[in-house]
Ligand binder design. Structure first.
Ligand code: SF4
Length: 610
């Protein structure tokens, strides 16, 4: 029986050595688990300025305290490392079963160090860890890789792997488990740089808690609350495949590389239209939502394409970015990114960037290997995805991410690179949801909507209060509330969607306490402080890497070019008070004018040793 667990496994690919270690009591109390352990160990163990793709970078793969248990929507897992895309702290979250299996093997996390001399994969059980030859796997896509691993290690195994994009060091390659992805920040690129193709775990369900009776009762009550919750029911019905119905309506659906906030011909890509292609739904371990809606194309030039998705971000990036209304093309594009093993947001954003450069004459057909990148041409998008994943021709440049691609292309291309700290911007135009925009600007990893999702702006959430989505400085406290709230919930690691299902405030902390036997975890104020501690340590990591106030910003387009919509209220908006916002945000966080946490605030947070 695995007692929930306090142990981790260190695997050094250079030496081939493995060792099981325990998490000290103080770290367990101060950082709880999941993302807390991720930044704590990365900060302590990574020397400043290491090459993200060098032997000295580390890959930390973590589940949350509640993984592999009867708690709902709490078995996701994450990867923390130094990002090769941004050079900053990276955390990327994934679903499916792998986090639960890691817990069944008896671990809260694994730290992967060094670099194998030739392609390898790791096979773990409760009692063993082997580093095995992966020459048969190298070159296989993510689906083929997982099928091979199941064949060789049995149906009771679960894997996380990279595809060809990770092997070829596409800067935004992800780590995949089933068809779910730790997609952002190039986590798969780091894995590829270590010659590590996959990690597979064979284990049986077996987690025990500090107080099993209390845990069982809390989990039962959590199920009852969730079952009655309208947001859960909506999510179960639709996943995120109709979020575009909301974002297009309110004018924040980015079109043509963030020039417009609404799409002409939008009625062809509504949630109801996507539903016509749906063949089923797939979920993560211990979650009844089955939000991964599977779509299949039955006829036309893309017949046969099938994908667990596209979910909202991928719907957007394969339609709005290139001004296409082809659902069929978006399904194939999503499938190809999953097969090749790369982040749809960064890949699609880079493609949207290339289409704008083509329209402006900065790229010509000679530069694009003969591809016509005129808006609406989805066949060229499909071709570009393959080129990026295999680093062929123009794809080799776009595989570097928009910042490096812009530098390589020159001719003023930088002005059209839509990123924050080097991470490509996702599917919410910051001019129409400034809470999301400032979350992007100040997030530890760059432009991530998940880092502090502005539910108040997008969905009208009323906690902790309602917001005016065009307000800036006034909502600095809400940006912090969302960011720190996400950080403590990711000690879980609970699903970002499940946060809106009405159970978190009453049950999350109590479940943590029953699992681990640390009573303080039942106090939400204690957890909010943990979230701030995590966020602050991530900030210190980034400061050590050379980031500061100057990088807490948004692209020039967002700061100077008015948003255009067809009929939404955001017409003409820009983000215009960055400096005042940062002053207020830093002040509320207890950071200096330069964005550095003050010694007093570090003392309050118990971070005096950094
Ligand atoms: S809501 Fe979806 S992503 Fe979240 S845990 Fe459930 S199935 Fe996974």
């Amino acid at each position: 029986m695995t007692i929930n667990t306090g142990r981790f496994l260190r695997i050094n690919l250079s030496s081939g050595k493995t060792a099981t270690e325990s998490v000290p009591e103080k770290i367990a109390r101060d950082f709880v688990g999941g993302r807390g352990y991720g930044i704590k160990y990365l900060y302590d163990e990574l020397a400043p300025n290491v090459d993200p793709l060098g032997e000295d970078n580390k890959l930390i793969i973590l589940n949350g305290v509640l993984a592999g248990t009867s708690a709902q929507a709490a078995s996701r897992w994450m990867v923390c490392t130094k990002s090769p895309l941004t050079g900053a702290f990276a955390r990327s979250v994934c679903g499916a079963d792998f986090g639960a299996w890691l817990k069944f093997a008896g671990y809260d996390f694994i730290i992967i160090e060094g670099k194998a001399k030739k392609p390898v994969y790791i096979h773990m059980t409760k009692d063993s860890c082997q580093i095995l030859d992966a020459s048969e796997l190298w070159g296989k896509d993510t689906k083929e890789t997982q099928e091979w691993l199941k064949e060789h290690h049995g149906s009771n195994s679960r894997a996380a792997c990279i595809g060809p994009a990770g092997e070829k060091l596409v800067k935004y390659a992800g780590i995949f488990s089933d068809r779910r992805t730790a997609g952002r920040c190039g986590t798969g690129t780091v894995m590829g740089s270590k010659n590590l193709k996959a990690i597979t775990i064979t284990a049986q369900r077996n987690v025990q808690h500090h107080d099993p009776e209390a845990y069982k009762q809390l989990a039962r009550e959590q199920v009852e609350v969730i079952r009655e919750d309208r947001a859960f029911q909506f999510h179960k019905e639709w996943g995120t495949t109709c979020t575009q119905d909301i974002t297009n309506e309110i004018g924040i659906y980015p079109v043509k590389n963030f020039r417009y906030g609404q799409q002409v011909g939008y009625e062809k890509i509504t949630g109801a239209e996507y539903r016509k292609f749906r063949t089923g739904g797939i979920g993560c371990y211990s979650c009844p939502a089955n939000c991964g809606k599977v779509h299949k194309v039955l006829e036309g030039p893309y017949a046969g394409a099938t994908s667990e998705g596209p979910e909202y971000e991928s719907i957007w990036v394969f339609t709005g970015s290139i001004d296409s209304t082809s659902i069929e093309a978006s399904i194939l594009a999503d499938q190809l990114c999953d097969d090749l093993g790369m982040d749809t947001i960064s890949a699609g954003n880079a493609i949207g960037f290339a289409y704008e450069l083509y329209e402006r004459g900065i790229l010509s057909k000679e530069d694009t290997d003969g591809l016509d990148l005129s808006y609406g041409n989805h066949a060229s998008m499909i071709a570009l995805i393959k080129k990026i994943g295999l680093r062929e021709g123009i794809g080799d440049i776009l595989a570097e991410g928009v910042v490096r691609a812009a530098t390589a292309i020159g001719k003023g291309a930088e002005a059209y690179a839509m990123h924050v700290k080097g991470l490509e911007i996702p599917a919410y135009d910051p001019r129409g949801t400034k809470g999301m925009g400032y979350n992007y600007a100040t997030s530890s990893i760059g432009a991530s909507h998940c880092y502090g999702y502005a539910r108040q702006d997008v969905f009208g959430a009323i906690e902790p209060r309602m917001t005016d989505r065009f307000a800036e400085v006034e909502n600095a406290d809400i940006v912090i509330y969302n960011q720190d709230g996400t950080a403590w919930k990711e000690t879980g690691v609970i699903c970002a969607f499940a946060v809106g299902w009405g159970w978190v405030n009453n049950f999350f902390g109590k479940l943590l306490a029953a699992a681990r036997g640390i009573d303080e975890f039942a106090d939400n104020d204690y957890l909010q402080r943990v979230g701030e501690r995590i966020y602050t340590l991530e900030r210190l990591f980034n400061i050590r890497e050379g980031f500061g106030r100057e990088q807490d910003t948004l692209p020039q387009r967002i700061l100077t070019e008015p948003l255009h919509t067809l009929e939404a209220p955001g017409e003409g908006q820009i983000v215009s008070h960055r400096d005042e916002f940062l002053d207020r945000y830093y002040q509320l966080r207890g950071w200096s004018k330069e964005g550095v946490p003050t010694p007093e605030r570090l003392k309050e947070l118990g971070l005096t040793d950094v």
